[in-house]
Design a protein. Structure first.
Length: 111
């Protein structure tokens, strides 16, 4: 399992690939701004606990990570794109990660 995570560039001591805020799709940039200002969010599940069951993000206690929807044009429902942030305060996350493939891979968001 560690080999899979390492190939994806995540957790187990390997730094994940990164993406600059400016490189996120426009909908991702919008969601990121909403996270930092505390909402309001368009979906009821936005801000809910992300369990990291895939164990692709660094291991933290339950409740550390929260997930937010990144709108996907023409997608039915919430689509596959998300931002997952971790930290004590939701409006001041310690780290945020972007996934365009519903948690199969993540890239750490950097300024």
């Amino acid at each position: 399992m560690a080999g899979v995570a390492q190939a994806r560039g995540l957790s187990w001591g390997v730094e994940p690939a990164t993406v600059a805020v400016a490189e996120l799709p426009s909908q991702g940039q919008h969601t990121y701004r909403l996270i930092l200002q505390g909402g309001p969010f368009p979906h009821d599940k936005d801000g809910s606990v992300f369990g990291n069951r895939e164990r692709l993000l660094p291991r933290e206690r339950r409740g550390y990570y929260r997930e937010y929807t990144v709108e996907t044009p023409r997608a039915r429902g919430r689509g596959a794109r998300r931002i997952v942030c971790g930290g004590q305060r939701p409006t001041a996350p310690e780290a945020c990660y972007y996934t365009s493939d519903h948690y199969s891979s993540f890239r750490k968001i950097v300024q």
